[in-house]
Write a protein that binds this ligand. Structure first.
Ligand SMILES: O=C(O)C1=C[C@@H](OP(=O)(O)O)[C@@H](O)[C@H](O)C1
Ligand SMILES: C=C(OP(=O)(O)O)C(=O)O
Length: 446
């Protein structure tokens, strides 16, 4: 994603208002990818309500279309015409897939394309092409997949392949993308597979596969996959709101005076509610209310978030709870600056291989606000308890990373500082209506 130095004109972080009204959380990104992919494999038409309309999801949609899958979008509903089996039917003998900025699309497709009759060429943008794929290439190759890549990154080629064997494998890293790729390959294998997770990560693949009729069981970090001989069965489903998008509005409301914001449709999947649990344990004024929305494919609720007048406590993240906040870490670093003590994030080296090196970039940017952060190879130590100030630089820089860009917007809002942010347009990767929604919650025009 090309950095820009444009700052939005409609959003004014110096505004003297709290966040009020209702915030409709955009559809969950992880579930949106998976609903499209499983819908494509199923027999029948899968109807998805509330798919996230963001650039990463468009990468999955375009990849599926290149693979010969038909998608129909009307208003807030997307229909996926399932192909009724594992074999995609592209019109050419070799397909080229541009996966943009989306790590999830890339990794899940590596699993799905491991046993196809055609050649696939996968590429992505500059950021995605830097992200390591070795962790995923190695076990999939052991199963029989045939990858060609010089550096275990994109661009990469997958050769036609007629067989995959089952695998018993202890995942060396905690990664939902790795786990999902292995499960998707294992369903196409000739023998059963068993995987053991290093630490808990989001479980949308397991849940959705069960809904679509696959034999996948997951207990206490052990995942058992039976090869799927019958096609998956198409479903109609409504996607819950993405906690990783809601997180920004929750923090803005907690730390802006005069806030009273209802967040609707927030997922309650326990593998995604790490931030919510952590804030509730610290006594933040967040009330969980019954959901006011249509029943979603995973549990969801409304949240009432009010200004946190006396923030207390600290944040402690390690490998046991990292999975539940993996995409919230840049925001957690900002949150920790607002707490009185010293917060510690550890076991988080994987953050160095996201859209940017998120540990380095958030440290660099929050220091411009006067934050006291020590960076180490696997995490951050954030010394709270002292006031931040408006940055004195001419431009902040998200380095084209959507989560960093949104964290900087919230930092500016908390400090009422108006400094241009380079790469703000990256927000469209996961949360295209973010600034508009923020302006509305602050009392601006809808
Ligand atoms: O599976 C997924 O949908 C995702 C998994 C996470 O990565 P990990 O593979 O590190 O868990 C997360 O960072 C990403 O935004 C989405
Ligand atoms: C890391 C992220 O996504 P992905 O890995 O799909 O690019 C994210 O959304 O923060």
């Amino acid at each position: 994603m090309t950095p820009t130095t444009l700052f939005t004109t409609e959003f004014d972080p110096t505004i003297d208002a709290g966040l009020q009204g209702n915030y409709q959380t955009p559809g969950d990104k992880s579930i949106s990818h998976r609903a499209l992919l499983l819908g494509a494999l199923a027999q029948g038409t899968t109807v998805i309500h509330g798919l996230l309309p963001a650039a990463d999801i468009r990468s999955t949609q375009q990849a599926l279309q290149s693979l010969g899958v038909k998608l129909i979008t009307r208003d807030h509903t997307t229909e996926v015409i399932g192909q009724g089996g594992w074999q995609f039917q592209p019109t050419a003998e070799a397909v080229s897939l541009d996966l943009g900025n989306s790590g999830t699309t890339t990794r899940l497709l590596l699993g799905l394309l491991a046993r196809q009759r055609f050649t696939s060429h996968l590429q992505g943008d500059a950021s995605l092409s830097q992200r390591p794929l070795r962790d995923i290439i190695e076990p999939l190759s052991e199963m029989g997949a045939k990858f060609t890549t010089e550096t275990a990154t994109l661009p990469l080629m997958i050769a036609p392949n007629q067989w995959l064997n089952g695998l018993r494998y202890r995942l060396p890293v905690a990664s939902a993308q790795l786990k999902s790729a292995l499960i998707l390959a294992a369903l196409q294998a000739d023998q059963p597979s068993v995987f053991w997770e290093l630490a808990p990560t989001r479980d949308h693949t397991e849940r959705l596969l069960q809904l679509f009729g696959a034999q996948v069981t997951a207990t206490a970090g052990k995942i058992q996959v039976t090869p799927q001989r019958q096609p998956l069965q198409a479903q109609e489903l409504t996607i819950p709101g993405d906690p990783s998008s809601a997180a920004f509005m929750i923090c803005a409301a907690l730390f802006r005076p005069h806030s009273r914001l209802t967040i609707t449709n927030h997922s309650l999947n326990p593998t995604r509610t790490g931030l919510l649990r952590l804030l509730q344990a610290l006594g933040a004024p967040i009330t969980i209310l019954p959901s006011s929305q249509t029943k979603t494919v995973e549990p969801a609720a409304d949240l009432l978030v009010e200004t946190w007048t006396q923030p207390t406590g600290t944040i402690q993240i390690d490998q046991h709870n990292l999975g539940g906040v993996i995409d919230e870490v840049p925001l957690l670093a900002l949150l920790a600056t607002q707490l009185p003590g010293t917060s510690v994030i550890t076991d988080a080296a994987t953050l160095r291989h996201k859209e940017t090196d998120r540990l380095a970039v958030i440290t660099e940017q929050l220091r411009l606000f006067g934050a006291r952060i020590d960076e180490n190879p696997t995490g951050l130590v954030i010394h709270g308890g002292h006031a931040l100030h408006a940055p004195t630089v001419a431009t902040l820089n998200s380095h084209g990373d959507h989560r960093i860009a949104m964290t900087l917007v919230i930092a500016e809002l908390l400090l009422q500082a108006k400094v241009p942010i380079a790469g703000l347009d990256s927000i469209a990767i996961s949360n295209p209506t973010f600034l508009q929604d923020l302006v509305r919650a602050l009392g601006g025009p809808a």
